[in-house]
Design a protein around this ligand. Structure first.
Ligand code: MG
Length: 417
């Protein structure tokens, strides 16, 4: 009697991940299979970040995930596995990872999407040419923005925009945010790590999602964009497209879903054969150097100097020397001393002034094994304000003191507790 046509949900997806132009390895991980899509962005020195992201993703994929409850349990299990591994293996102390997952569940006879998130990887929802960030970032900067203390422009260049306030594996249990979405034909989801969103703004992401229909090509183009904009971090993009067909239930009563893409697809940084590093010819070409061109034009200017008085030439030379001297002084000041700061959620010692000066950016001097999330609130604030030191020994001494006050999963804190 019931002639209501059944709806068939079809999914097509494609992903890309790349280590970027600065990092030595890729600590992002992703997974895509019918009904479950995951992106994780690991943090932790040595191999910690890579281990944490892979462990979390693999644990998710092995867990039951038929309903919202089971999905929450799967994320808690991922948290537990990463946390316990970090405690058991000294070289992995302090490791953690973000985890953002999109899953299809059956609820009341229809299919729904569940988005779960811990950290600052994101899920975007693209519908009717509108891009909406579905997840909320668990980062220091995002919380300042939610409190109205920082605008989007300032947040985009904030030196501590990567500082996480929540991550998988840091504590024995973790709070998980959840969203439910009823799918509409033509919906597009993007799961990504902050290596994409720190380099490419929402407008450019939306534009890319609008111009390419193929999810795999779109994901690759997004990662390529992140690299073209600097590639300062690993970046990962996973695009999932939703198609919904009305089908004749008499002829095809069993079919309610069908996949369009290849089956299980684990794309993990350590597996070269299945990862898709994006190394487009031309994408990494350095901008043309201008020094030789300016040298040429200067020579021709000298050749054409007929009529220019000797005095004018002398004045120009004096001005040039003065400018060069001023630049050298600014450069010396900007690069003088050391400060303790944060790069990719990790406490580091950098050479130069906090935040840099003009175009003189600080440079990385030493990594430490301390994660920002291990610091107490006061020390986190100190690092955000920047801690400047006159020499390297002082900066190292400060790091030693930081280590005595850690609140994260370390031998010291466990011993105290
Ligand atoms: Mg990242």
């Amino acid at each position: 009697m019931n002639d209501t046509p059944q709806r068939r949900l079809r999914l097509a997806w494609g992903g890309a991940t790349d280590q970027g132009r600065v990092r030595a390895n890729n600590q992002d991980a992703m997974y895509a299979d019918w009904g479950l899509f995951v992106v994780a962005d690991g943090m932790g020195g040595h191999q910690g970040g890579e281990v944490a992201a892979n462990l979390a993703v693999r644990t998710m994929t092995k867990a039951d995930r038929e309903n919202v409850r089971e999905l929450h349990d799967a994320v808690q299990e991922a948290n537990k596995v990463v946390h316990e591994t970090a405690i058991a293996q000294p070289e992995l102390h302090g490791m953690g990872t973000t985890l953002t997952a999109l899953a299809v569940i059956q609820e009341g006879g229809s299919r729904r999407f569940v988005a779960l998130n811990v950290g600052d990887s994101r899920i975007y929802h693209y519908r009717n040419n509108q891009l909406t960030q579905l997840t909320e970032d668990h980062s220091y900067v995002a919380e300042l923005m939610r409190r109205g203390e920082l605008d989007e422009e300032a947040a985009a260049v904030h030196p501590y925009r990567n500082m996480l306030t929540r991550a998988i594996g840091v504590h024995p249990e973790v709070d998980i945010d959840e969203w439910l979405v009823d799918p509409v034909a033509g919906d597009r989801f993007l799961l990504c790590s902050d290596g994409l969103t720190n380099e490419v703004d929402d407008t450019a992401i939306a534009e890319q999602l609008s111009i390419s229909e193929d999810p795999g090509a779109t994901a690759k183009a997004l990662v390529r964009l992140a690299n073209e904009h600097g590639g300062r971090d690993n970046s990962t993009a996973l695009v999932v497209d939703i198609q919904i067909d009305d089908i004749d239930n008499k002829n095809d009563p069993e079919v309610t879903q069908q996949e369009d893409s290849e089956p299980a697809q684990v794309i993990l940084p350590s597996e070269d054969s299945s990862s898709e590093p994006i190394t487009p010819a031309g994408a990494f070409e350095s901008p043309p150097k201008t020094s030789s061109r300016s040298a040429t034009s200067q020579r021709s200017w000298l050749n054409d100097r007929v009529g220019i008085s000797v005095a004018a030439v002398i004045i120009s030379i004096v001005l040039l020397i003065a400018s060069a001297a001023m630049l050298a002084t600014i450069g010396w000041y900007a690069r003088d001393g050391y400060h303790v700061g944060v790069v990719a959620d990790q406490v580091v010692i950098q050479k130069g002034r906090v935040g840099g000066l003009l175009w003189f950016d600080p440079t990385l001097e030493e990594w430490t094994t301390i994660q920002v999330i291990q610091l107490n609130a006061q020390d986190q604030r100190n690092l955000v304000a920047g801690k400047q030191f006159t020499d390297l020994a002082e900066a190292r001494n400060f790091v030693v003191q930081l280590r005595t006050r850690l609140v994260g999963p370390t031998d010291e804190s466990r011993g105290d507790g």
